[in-house]
Design a binder for this molecule. Structure first.
Ligand code: ATP
Ligand code: MG
Length: 491
């Protein structure tokens, strides 16, 4: 019955690869997550085959392969597969692992002689089931199938020993328990509590990869909450942990930690991309740092500015790619934008688009929605959201950066008959601030006249105005917003 289930789940491509290995006389098995997933009736994210063949022998059997790792894994490449999970199938020689002396990697990787040896070095019983495609036979020396039925995550062998070998397994246990909806078996759970500090030996890259899997799952909030309760979260980010138990003001029913999790959960429900989910999780990261008692309530002034800095350093620490860090940092920095469509002016919206960049403006709206839902408030009324979106669309056609002005640096030098210098940048910023206010000023003649007027000013004066314009261009319209806020007593 189980075999029939597996048989149905195995794609043709995988059978072909297995057949090639078998025809050449090499025993091989499907192993790891894919066997687990197929037995559960789920579609695997990737397919792994373990074989008695050496890397060189595997490479020799397939037209296109790549091999660039220290574990003997050969990627068998088949281009043009519709199913992305079949484009690269990993075939790895049976492995046994020698001593672990630093709580993470085996000191040496040794090839094994049997599938049982290979299964014994794997992390959890449910991940240590092999399937022999040729003989339609399950190999399950650690009773992984029983644990699958019981929906339990349990280490192969003594839990604390296995976590001492490789501490990342603790985070993997938490990740798998939530993505699969399984419980962590008692001894395994106790061993996590006892050994959690070993995670400090694990490279940030490996932690990041599991963290990404959590964030991209369907239930990231429960997973991170479990990670927090087990003391794991600080190895992902110390600052995330700081939000735990931090109460907010009357407008918030939840602590900072709960609010961030709820925001992330919504981003996951909406299937937003990784960087938007990260922004939802980090947007209030600085609230614990900026919390102050003022006018009979807790305030968090400037938390978005401090938050952008903290986010940047947290994601840099986790070795996220630069592009992701930049996007998330910007979204966190600007998540507090004022969006009351009754009150806001087009020039404020224009500045918003300029600050966060046109590429990210719609993501910013998504972060805001996640933030709102994460607070327990209902969705923004559809007509308001529509109006705000139409305002954004309207200003997207307007110039929002110095590059889009009708005059450029060269024009300024020609008009004023001067060489380049700081006055050029100052003039451009001043022109931009006027054009942000009123886009119809953006033509050569009008701006040309202004250039001459500005150039007549004293150097110091021009410098001061340039600096002012730069600050203004980079900020929300403070005056406008303060006015509206005091009217409505918001915050
Ligand atoms: P996913 O569905 O997310 O791919 P997975 O269990 O397949 O989950 P992978 O990281 O793809 O996870 O690992 C493949 C297999 O390799 C696992 O099922 C397990 O057998 C083994 N494995 C992975 N990481 C470890 C580890 N740190 N220690 C021991 N075995 C591991
Ligand atoms: Mg896998």
């Amino acid at each position: 019955m189980k075999n029939a289930k597996i048989e149905l789940g195995i794609p043709k491509k995988i059978r072909e690869i297995s057949q090639v290995l078998s025809d050449a006389g090499f025993e091989n098995y499907l192993v790891g997550g894919c066997v687990r997933d197929v037995l559960m009736g789920n579609k695997p994210k990737d397919w792994d085959i373990a074989s008695i063949a050496s890397p060189e022998q595997i490479i020799g059997l397939f037209p296109k392969t790549f091999y660039e790792n220290e574990y003997g894994t050969v990627g068998v490449v088949s281009e043009g597969e519709e199913d992305k999970t079949l484009e690269i199938v990993e075939v790895t020689p049976y492995r046994i692992e020698s001593d672990y002396s630093d709580y993470r990697r085996p000191d040496r990787v040794l090839w094994g002689k049997t599938i049982e040896e290979d299964l014994a070095r794997r992390d959890f019983t449910i991940n240590s089931i092999a399937y022999d495609i040729q003989n339609k036979k399950i190999v399950d020396p650690f009773d992984g199938q029983a644990d699958l039925d019981k929906e339990v995550i349990k280490t192969v062998g003594k839990a604390s020993d296995r976590f001492n070998e490789d501490a990342l397994r603790m985070l993997r246990a938490v990740r798998l328990s939530c993505t699969l909806g399984f419980v962590i078996e008692h001894e395994t759970l106790v061993a996590i509590s006892d050994n959690v500090n070993l995670l400090k030996h694990i490279s940030k890259e490996r932690i990041r990869d599991e963290f990404i899997k959590i964030i991209m799952s369907d239930s990231p909030a429960a997973t991170l909450d479990l990670a927090m309760r087990l003391g794991i979260i600080k190895y992902i980010s110390l600052d995330l942990e700081k939000g735990v138990g931090v109460e907010q003001n009357q407008a918030h029913a939840y602590t900072v930690w709960e609010h961030l999790l709820r925001s992330l959960e919504h981003a996951s429900k909406k299937n937003f991309p990784l960087y938007v989910r990260l922004s939802a999780l980090f947007h209030d990261i600085a609230k614990p740092h900026t919390k102050k008692w003022q006018n009979n309530q807790w305030t968090f002034y400037g938390h978005e500015v401090v938050g952008a800095r903290i986010t940047k350093s947290a994601l840099t620490d986790l070795k996220f790619p630069k592009e992701t860090i930049e996007k998330v940092t910007k979204l966190v920095r600007w998540h507090m934008f004022f969006s009351d469509t009754e009150e806001i002016s087009l020039s404020a919206v224009r500045r918003m688009v300029r600050n966060v960049s046109p590429e990210l403006i719609w993501d910013l709206i998504d972060v805001r929605t996640a933030d709102r839902i994460g607070t327990g408030r209902p969705k923004e009324a559809p007509y308001r959201l529509r109006k705000y979106k139409s305002m954004i669309e309207e200003v997207m056609r307007d110039p929002i950066s110095v590059k889009q002005l009708a005059v450029n640096g060269n024009d300024i030098m020609n008009l004023t008959n001067s060489k380049g210098g700081s006055h050029v940048g100052d003039i451009l910023e001043i022109l931009l601030s006027e054009v942000l206010e009123n886009p119809s000023l953006n033509n050569k003649e009008i701006l040309g006249k202004k250039v001459l007027e500005l150039y007549k000013m004293k150097t110091d004066e021009l410098k001061r105005l340039g600096k002012e314009a730069r600050t203004k261009n980079e900020s929300e319209d403070e005056r406008e917003i303060e006015k509206i806020k005091s009217k409505h007593a918001v915050r």
